[in-house]
Design a binder for this molecule. Structure first.
Ligand code: CDP
Length: 206
């Protein structure tokens, strides 16, 4: 069985949480594609050339402990604007998406560029302030001293870069289901995603 769920949206909108929960529910494999760009960004920060870093990326690079920081996010969004970096990462993501047993990929361009044929596409959003609050909670739990205001500024800057770039800009696929999680609990957002996927699976069986 091949079944792809594409989950896109701006920074800290809840894509990761929803993707992990959906993958666990349906026993699908999950790929956080942001980690690919974060890992390339981290290698570039250490002096590597961006395209070479993307071509040479290995699974072990995704396990680095420093990829979740705001600096790694900014470095990611800078290398993510380079078409050759994106091109180097396409095949890996497409292979993952079509693996046997189902896959969930979350990112910025999964429904538009990587998997335009995905069985289900979700575009997850939340207000800027709510996203900053969530990312602040996440980072504070890890001991980061960044203020909510700094995080808000960081998210907005990254979103702007992601939306305005020429290569695979952040935007919903025309047939994506929009999921605004501003006023939803995690469980409610996850349930909506599970419902949409379950419905599509049932249609496939008809
Ligand atoms: O977790 P968060 O939503 O803050 O970010 P992320 O998903 O880890 O992505 C980090 C950065 O990588 C984004 O700001 C994008 O610039 C880039 N990215 C991308 O261009 N395409 C993707 N499919 C995933 C991430």
């Amino acid at each position: 069985m091949r079944f792809t769920v594409a989950i896109d949206g701006p920074a800290a909108a809840g894509k990761g949480t929803i993707s992990r929960a959906v993958a666990a529910h349906f026993r699908f494999a999950h790929l956080d594609t942001g980690l690919l760009y974060r890992a390339v960004g981290a290698r570039v920060a250490e002096g590597a050339e961006p395209v070479a870093a993307a071509r040479g990326l290995e699974m072990s690079d995704l396990e680095r402990g420093d990829l979740r920081s705001a600096e790694a996010g900014q470095a990611a969004s800078r290398v993510a604007a380079l078409p050759e970096v994106r091109a180097a990462l396409v095949e890996f993501q497409r292979r993952f998406a079509r693996r046997e047993g189902g896959a969930v990929l979350d990112g910025r361009d999964i429904g538009t560029v990587i998997c335009p044929e995905a069985e289900v596409k979700l575009f997850v959003t939340a207000s800027d302030e709510e996203r900053a609050r969530r990312r602040w909670l996440e980072l504070a739990a890890k001991g980061s001293g960044q203020s909510e205001a700094e995080i808000l500024q960081d998210l907005r800057e990254r979103d702007r870069r992601d939306r305005e770039r020429e290569a695979a800009p952040l935007r919903p696929a025309p047939d994506a289901l929009l999921l605004d999680t501003t006023k939803l609990t995690i469980d409610a957002a996850v349930n909506k995603a599970i419902e949409a996927i379950g419905l599509r699976q049932a249609q496939g069986r008809e």
